[in-house]
Design a protein around this ligand. Structure first.
Ligand SMILES: CC(C)(COP(=O)(O)OP(=O)(O)OC[C@H]1O[C@@H](n2cnc3c(N)ncnc32)[C@H](O)[C@@H]1OP(=O)(O)O)[C@@H](O)C(=O)NCCC(=O)NCCS
Length: 222
């Protein structure tokens, strides 16, 4: 089996480890994390060290690539940039749970994570490094631009566009034909009935703009 690493060591990483174990296609040799102490174990796998270790792991241990297991959309992008620079041959793999239901003609790009219970309907596109979390659903003819995410139980109608780096939070619903801009956060439990622009925090039923947001502003509690 080809050897890989998981980048990140949070709860999100644990869910991704479970997906990789269930698919049984790659051997995880350990986790890469800049904050947790090396030697600590997560789900039985050691934390090996920081991103800077990756070139050496590729050379000496035949690591072919791995999965970025970081839930925050902007942080995931920053870590991808670092790895791409120091290890250009590192393969960013997808992690797709065997119990996700995906339509036949779906386009899925590199680094995408799709968890248990997800349903993606016909003619949708999921660009690089998106996350579709547990039980979320994406309607037909919809597009998730790169580094965007659906939190657990979020429901997206048909012909919806979700901009790059935007996050639809837990339990939110977006009706059909809506466009959500880039770097926008739709809060938990929202009902989105109309288009929402770039760099906005919005929530509520129906969803209203609460404030403008800075690129990279945190939106997930630690
Ligand atoms: C949108 C979000 C980021 C706002 O967080 P925040 O800015 O820290 O907001 P606060 O918790 O400080 O709350 C501020 C006020 O807004 C209200 N509020 C916050 N989020 C709300 C939401 N989604 N819907 C309605 N009201 C909300 C709070 O009740 C509070 O009201 P109050 O001042 O009257 O008490 C947060 O609600 C959210 O959705 N986080 C993402 C959760 C998620 O999807 N996790 C994924 C797990 S995998």
């Amino acid at each position: 089996m080809k050897k890989i690493v998981i980048i990140g060591a949070s709860g999100h990483a644990k869910v991704i480890i479970d997906i990789i174990e269930k698919r049984n296609e790659y051997q995880i040799i350990g986790l890469i994390d800049s904050y947790k102490k090396p030697s600590q174990k997560i789900m039985g796998y050691p934390i090996l060290g920081k991103e800077s270790l990756i070139p050496e792991l590729m050379e000496k241990q035949n690591i072919i690539g791995g999965i970025i297991a970081i839930g925050d959309n902007w942080s995931r992008n920053k870590v991808r940039d670092v790895i791409e620079k120091i290890a250009p041959k590192f393969k960013f793999l997808p992690a797709i749970h065997p119990n996700a239901i995906l339509c036949n003609n779906l386009k899925i790009e590199s680094g995408v994570v799709i968890m248990a219970g997800v349903i993606v309907n016909a003619a949708s596109t999921i660009k690089e490094f998106c996350i579709l979390n547990t039980n979320s659903s994406l309607g037909h003819d919809s597009v998730m631009d790169h580094f965007s995410s659906l939190a657990p139980n979020s429901t997206i109608g048909g012909h919806v566009n979700i901009g790059a780096f935007s996050a639809i939070s837990i339990g939110a619903t977006v009706i059909q034909n809506v466009t959500i801009g880039m770097h926008t956060i739709i809060g938990a439990g929202s009902l989105v009935l109309k288009n929402i622009g770039n760099n906005i925090l919005a929530y509520g039923v129906p969803t209203k703009k609460i404030k403008d947001r800075e690129i990279g502003e945190p939106y997930l509690a630690k």
